[in-house]
Design a protein around this ligand. Structure first.
Ligand SMILES: [Zn+2]
Length: 263
């Protein structure tokens, strides 16, 4: 009587932490993507301090955490002190991020060399992904240019995570640039859930990339806190989503801390 139990066991719960921060929880495994941060840009959500403490102290529902994935070294995605505390309290925990993230963790006053084996600094080439298997979770890492001013040379890792037979692609602060996605090797990969920054909804280039990746489900992250959103970016994103509704797969907007769904 394997089949039914297997189906039941393979469910994942995806929970919105803050900004682009997401926790993915399986029956025995858990990952956190961009989930420990204190944003210096006032209109994006930061990790609730109580949630950060619960993650660091491995309290339910964050008691299965295997890997912290960090897409890039910006304050609305990553806080080095939080990460050091989490690694210290949880010796089995691994952190994966670009070199700049690893460097910042290692330069924390709270850091000690015992943590070195828990930190993996990984950067893919712009023309070839890197495949990593860690704690029975398969991760493919793509180099995707960071959005914003051309002077922003921040290395941004996108992660395709395969966990309990589900494939989830996290883009970080990706620029909606088709050529970058093409050369990085993203197209053609099987993606069940695609997490995109909100900019992808309003931009035709973003919508084209979503179409090419063709996920079964879309999750919109990095939406500003509506109460501080003077430019009404969240509202504009929702209007654009309604306008181009037919182009999108079933979509969840992560705009309320703690909201979650299962796949
Ligand atoms: Zn960023």
């Amino acid at each position: 009587m394997k089949g039914v139990a297997d189906l039941f066991n393979s469910k994942l719960t995806i929970t919105y932490i803050a900004n682009s921060g997401v926790a993915v929880t399986g029956r025995k495994k858990q990952i956190l993507v961009d989930g420990l941060h204190k944003s210096e840009a006032g209109f994006y959500f930061s990790t609730d301090p109580q949630t950060a403490e619960d993650i660091i102290l491995s309290k339910e529902p964050y008691n299965l955490m295997d890997i912290l994935l960090v897409t890039h070294d910006h304050s609305d995605h990553f806080n080095a002190t939080y990460c050091v505390e989490a690694l210290k309290k949880n010796k089995h925990l691994q952190l994966v991020g670009p070199q700049s993230v690893a460097d910042k963790v290692k330069s924390c006053p709270e850091y000690d060399d015992e943590l070195a084996s828990q930190i993996k600094s990984i950067e893919a080439s712009p023309v070839k992904p890197i495949v990593l298997s860690l704690k029975d979770i398969d991760i493919e890492i793509f180099c995707i240019t960071h959005d914003g001013a051309s002077a922003d040379t921040t290395v941004n890792n996108a992660y395709l995570v395969r966990m309990d037979r589900h494939d989830m692609l996290f883009l970080g602060d990706a620029k909606a640039d088709d050529a970058v996605f093409e050369s990085a090797g993203v197209y053609g990969k099987k993606v069940e859930v695609l997490f995109v920054p909100f900019t992808f909804i309003g931009l035709s280039s973003g919508r084209e990339i979503i179409k090419k990746i063709a996920p079964k489900k879309l999750v919109v992250v990095h939406l500003p806190d509506e109460s501080k959103d003077a430019n009404k970016l969240t509202e504009k994103t929702k209007i654009a989503h309604t306008k181009y509704f037919a182009e999108f797969p079933p979509t969840t907007m992560f705009d309320t801390i703690g909201q979650s769904f299962q796949i």
